[in-house]
Design a protein around this ligand. Sequence first.
Ligand code: HGA
Length: 611
Amino acid sequence: MCGIIGAVAQRPVADILIEGLRRLEYRGYDSAGLAVLDSTNRLQRSRAVGKVAMLATKLLETPIDGKTGIAHTRWATHGKPAEMNAHPHVSGTWLGVVHNGIIENYLALREKLGSYGYGFDSETDTEVIAHLVALHLKREGSLLKATLKARQEFKGAYALAILSPEEPNTLVVARQGSPLIIGLGIGENFVGSDIQAMLPVTNRFIYLENGDVAYVGLHKIEIYNEEGELVERPIRESRAKDSASELGEYRHFMLKEIFEQPTAIASTLENRLASGHFLPSIVGQNVMETLAKVEEIQIIACGTSYHAGMVGRYWIESMTDIPCTVEVASEYRYRRQPLRKNMLFVTISQSGETADTLAALEKIKEAKGCLASLSICNVAESSLVRESDMNLMTVAGPEIGVASTKAFTTQLLALQLLLGTLIQAKTGETDASRKLAQDLQLLPILVEQVLELNPVIEKLAEQFIDKHHSLFLGRGAQYPIALEGALKLKEISYIHAEAYPAGELKHGPLALVDSEMPVVAIAPTGLLLEKLKSNLEVVHARGGQLYVFASQNAQMKPDEQTHVIELPAVPEMLAPIVYTIPLQLLAYHVAVLKGTDVDKPRNLAKSVTVE
Ligand code: HGA
């Protein structure tokens, strides 16, 4: 997803920048680069294809350093991973820029700048920013003013950090859609895509807002909002710990990762939406042309990812006329299927190394049985990503707990991004796609609110520890969420948990219901709420103990058999993501109370690379 780090200091900054890049590497690692103003105030740049370590090695061989610098780790969207496309991009000796995001109107800008005599050395959208700001710098005489002018011409999503020999000891940064944070030092300041990158040098931060442009000097910071007015943004002191692979204040990685979901979701949303529409190019080249031809979708996955795929099917078929089927990879790979026309083959895997999923992809490619393949994956350099025609990356960060949590909710989000892009490719923007794009922006906050239920759920978990069996119920898109809730409980607490679509109860599982069998139900508002309530009445009448996660608007009445845990009202399309959170917490607390090895449950492994 690209990571940015920058520094203005009174000491050499190359090492600070390289360490920052290492910490940002989860965001992208097809190439990396750095630019500094050296002791003679000349712009020096070094770039390398591959991981940050390649850049670090190159700098050891040919050192450059200075007291003002910017650096970048790239995940290509425009132009192949190659040194010429690696950031920083420059406009002659005038300035250097690093960019996270997509400039949608870059072709028009390229043409315009070409007519002014600017040449292009890369295939990226980013290079137009360098030339456009340089053009304005020549006219305006100040980097800040030039950036304020130039940004009126960009369309799309961006976080930018710019430096120029014209203005030593200065960075100018801008944010629209992609994150950018200023780190405050004493007589030095920093900028970065996340705070982890800057934690070695500071713990005081200013979070820029969309539309902000900021001047960052040694002793001065000025922030201008979308309207160009000088504004104050609060300074926040962070108590965050230094590394993704450290537990910090958490007892288990699973709990840490559950609580990381607002951030993981916000990061996965980054650069994917702009003013109510879905940005397609993040998926790959020519994506709109391909998606416009799709007549069917086949989703293939395993375990938790399979549940995400099942929700995806409900969503896709509810908003498009495209038939969608979902199947577990271990079955699909050995089954004969008639080849279908114009089929999009979607694979979902956290690690991108899941053997069955890879084999299913290989099989369909060999048979030339699909229009295109698309992976939803959390690891950018994985086999699945390399083998697929298009990729929609989740930005959950490393997931260490074996029971998947943040990878699942970001997979669901990725499926919504795919759906929105598909609608745009098929019919152009619609009211429904615009609403979807707007609602998605609410997601990090909603998840944050639901996490506040943690103490309530911890208490509730006590009622499960002496149980041997449990039943999870949902309807519609909440049925796969019930499956996922049951999977979480069984994999880490070892309590047998089954999930059913609630309407299916009467066809068998009702026979199991008694006071010893907790029945967990998911009850957001929506078309099927009244149907679900009737299903729960049937359980109640047979002495079942009900644990209902319900919308505050669902009017569920608690009684001695019915425990109601209220969640905030959420748009229907977001409910599966939001209702996943309490089920994760329930499984976690039951497992902790039972004393199991939460992060490494027996018999299981994180990345299933064997058949
Ligand atoms: N469009 C730029 C930056 C890519 C990015 O932000 N990826 O997440 C490029 O392709 O270099």
